[in-house]
Structures are given as C-alpha cells and as structure tokens.
Design a protein around this ligand. Structure first.
Ligand code: RFL
Ligand code: PHB
Length: 392
C-alpha cells in the first residue's frame, strides 16, 4: 500500500487530520489499534474552545455539534459554598465554549471518512514505524494475522500518550518536560439533567469537584481522589455523597441519577520537544498532555493538526518545507500557554496532600482575586475560551 500521509491513531487528532487533508486533496491512510465501537464510546473531553468550534464549522464537521452542542458563555467558580461567575461574553468580546462530547466528534469524523470511502483501518496490531529519518518512511502493522506495510512520504503520530510513535524517535533527540500530580480524577457520566446550566469548578477542603454535562439529560461529574485510588472503592452511593458534600451551596441541590459510566484518570503535564523528527510529526496527546482542569487537551490536538494539515498541503503542492520545518515551534507556543493555564487552574483548585494552612490561604486569596479583579477574571476567561496570540 502507498499513501502520502500515514496517520497512526484514530482519536480527534488523527481523524481530524485525515479530514483536513482529504479536503485539500492529500491522500492518507488512518490506522487504529482499537475497534470502531471502542473509540466511538470512549468518554473523555467535553469542552470545545471557540477556535475549535470555528475550525469544525469552517471544514464541514460542525453540523451536529451546532445542533446538539451546548453553547456556554461563562463558568462558575464555587468556593466557600458560594458561586462566582466568570462571564466569557463581557470579558472576551463575545467568545464562548461549546460542550460537545469528544466521542461525538469522533463519531462525526468517522462517519464522514467512511461515507467518502476513504481508508480507516481498525484493530491493527504491533504497529512499527520505519525509516522515519529518510524521505521514504513506512508504517507496518498486523491485521488478520498478516503484516501489512504502508509506504508513505510523511507519518503523522496521532496515537496518544501511550502510542508507539513518540518512542520511535531515537534516544536523545527529544527533550521531555513532565509533572505528575499527587491526585487523580474520578469521573462519572450520569443519566440525569445537569443540576446547573453552567460548569461549576469547585474548591473544597476535601478536594476539587467539577460539575459538567453532555446534554440536557446527561451529567458529567468529577471528584479529585488520591493518585492510587481504586474505582471499586467508590460505589455510586459514595460518589454521590462526596459530590453532595463538596458541591454544597445554599439554595442549590445536586440531583442524582443512574451512573452510566465511571473511571479514574491520572493527572499529568507532559511535553516533548521538538514535535518532529525527520518525516515523523507528532500531534495531540502523543506530544503533550495537560491535566484536564483547563479543558485544553482535545483543543490542542485539533490545533496541532490544523497547523500540520496546512503545512502538508503546501509541501505536497509546491515541495516547500518551510511550514513543515516551523510546525513544532508554531504548535509549541500554544502548547506551553495551555500547559501554564492548566497547571495554574489545577494548582488553584486542588487540595495537595502536603498542603498546610498557609497553602490553603494562598489558594483562597488567588480565587478571591480571580473573581474580583476584572484583569484576573479576563486572564482566566481568555485562556479558557482559547488564547489567540496577538503577535505572530
Ligand atoms: P487520543 O484521543 O488518545 O487518540 C489516540 C488514538 O491512537 C490510538 N492508538 C494507536 N493507533 C495505532 N497504533 C498504535 N500503536 C496506537 N496506540 C494508540 C488510540 O487507541 C487512540 O484511539 O489522542 P488525541 O487524538 O491526541 O486526542 C487527545 C484527547 O483525547 C485528549 O487530549 C482529551 O481527551 C483530554 N481531555 C480534555 N480535553 C479537552 O480539550 N477538553 C476537556 O474537557 C477534556 N477533558 C480530557 C478531559 C481527558 C480526560 N482523560 C480521560 C485523561 C477529561 C478527562 C477525564
Ligand atoms: C468534561 O465535561 O468532561 C470536562 C469539562 C471541563 C473540564 C474537564 C472535563 O475542565
């Protein structure tokens, strides 16, 4: 088999890249280790920045998102049992976010690809990248008991944090920056109408809690738990009780409902630089991870591939490699902004195991300032909806 771009991974990054390239007449083959069923039902991110919404709209993927996505013009910061609204509309000149499940976007992108009869191979095994430092790289994998090879011009490593692409780069080339947090998030999906119209980010002495949603009838809620926590220690009744305690507020109550899904995710900040080696380009979680507190991961993945798609289009039409050469630096400016924001939100809102009374007062002072000062609230708001650099 031969193609222009071999795309490893069918998450938001890989599928969106394939879509953007096909619009420009660039061929690609997408390979994925999991089943279609699995990737379409993996519950993960939910918040799309304004820029991501605009990208989906501009490239013909926005139809169902426009219909079913929930447009939010603010979030609530809850501490001391009191809500403080961060109003995106007035602080960012009318920008907003859209709540739309990552797996819904994944379903939309898979449907578009399959309807156009373009190659997308699920359930591949033992994926290997070859000759990535040459002009003729290839990707091989096992499917139905035999090895298949894709010859290509470029490989896009969109295989997430645990993929093989990043590890295919020779030792010593990439610089890694990493922080692992001493806590995790326990997340549930519940078949119950959200108890709030807007997301509530809640600071509490027992730990962080977040109320989010997927639709008018499905809630998504998270609890900070110890890093090594086991899900079987959290029967549904305990989860709801802890959510009620942390989210407690006067004149407000949390409506409970059947838990449809639950899981625990580790919290990590991670970046590799550069996001390229030879003809391998890394995009999305394969190159960088943020803790979910800033809701940035999926948005960064989409931004990376829109930059990569443009660079590849120029490369395949003119042979000019300048944009490809600039890809990593171009992405990393935005990646590091999101790293800082996600770390900052995480540090302000979570209870650290070694935290003392002084640390708690610092967090509360930061929260009070963030909701009182227009400058501080603007900083949170413009990062949350997606910071667009004023300088190039
Ligand atoms: P993905 O989604 O992990 O997709 C990678 C795909 O590659 C496949 N794969 C391979 N395929 C072929 N060969 C191999 N050797 C392979 N190894 C792996 C995998 O099966 C998978 O299908 O990465 P991608 O596309 O870069 O997308 C990144 C996002 O998924 C991620 O950043 C977000 O989910 C992070 N995130 C959030 N991001 C947001 O923008 N807003 C949010 O509100 C938000 N909330 C979250 C989140 C992540 C969370 N978890 C579970 C870590 C909330 C949570 C709880
Ligand atoms: C979600 O709805 O899954 C979600 C929302 C906001 C976050 C993280 C996750 O910061």
């Amino acid at each position: 088999m031969r193609t222009q771009v071999a795309i490893v991974g069918a998450g938001p990054a890989g599928l969106m890249l394939a879509h953007l390239l096909s619009r420009e007449g660039v061929d690609s083959i997408v390979i994925e280790t999991r089943t279609r069923e699995y990737v379409e039902h993996r519950v993960r991110a939910g918040v799309l920045e304004q820029g991501s919404v605009d990208l989906l709209d501009a490239t013909g993927v926005g139809e169902r998102m426009r219909r079913e996505g929930l447009v939010h013009r603010g979030i609530q910061l809850r501490f001391g049992g009191v809500d403080h609204r961060i109003d995106f509309g007035s602080l960012t000149g009318g920008r907003a976010i859209t709540v739309y499940g990552q797996q819904e976007l994944v379903k939309d992108l898979i449907a578009i690809r399959l309807a156009a009869d373009l190659p997308l191979v699920f359930e591949v095994g033992d994926v290997q990248l070859h000759d990535i430092d040459s002009e003729h790289p290839s990707v091989s994998y096992m499917v139905h008991g035999s090895r298949t090879t894709i010859e290509c011009d470029v490989i896009a490593g969109c295989d997430g944090f645990h993929g093989v692409s990043r590890d295919s780069v020779p030792a010593g080339v990439l610089t890694t920056y990493e922080r692992v947090y001493p806590f995790a998030w326990l997340g549930i999906l519940a078949a119950v109408a959200p108890s709030s119209e807007e997301l509530i980010y809640c600071y509490h002495a027992r730990g962080f809690a977040l109320l989010s949603m997927r639709s008018p009838s499905v809630s998504r809620l998270y609890l900070q738990v110890p890093a090594d926590e086991r899900i079987d220690e959290w029967p549904d009744t305990r989860i709801w009780e802890e959510l009620r305690t942390r989210l407690a507020s006067d004149d407000w109550s949390l409506t409970e409902g059947p838990v449809i899904e639950k899981g625990i995710s580790a919290m990590r900040s991670f970046v590799v630089e550069p996001m390229q080696f030879g003809r391998l380009f890394l995009s999305g979680d394969a190159a960088h991870i943020v803790p979910p507190t800033g809701a940035k991961g999926m948005n960064l993945a989409l931004r990376d591939v829109s930059i990569l798609a443009e660079a590849l289009t120029v490369f395949f039409t003119t042979g000019d490699t300048q944009l490809l050469d600039e890809y990593s630096a171009h992405c990393l400016r935005r990646v590091w902004r999101a790293q800082h924001f996600s770390w900052w939100m995480t540090s302000m809102l979570h209870r650290f195991p070694d935290s003392d009374a002084y640390q708690t007062q610092l967090q509360l002072a930061q929260l009070a300032y963030t909701v009182d000062s227009r400058a501080a609230a603007t900083s949170l708001a413009e990062n949350y909806v997606g910071y667009e650099w004023a300088t190039t």
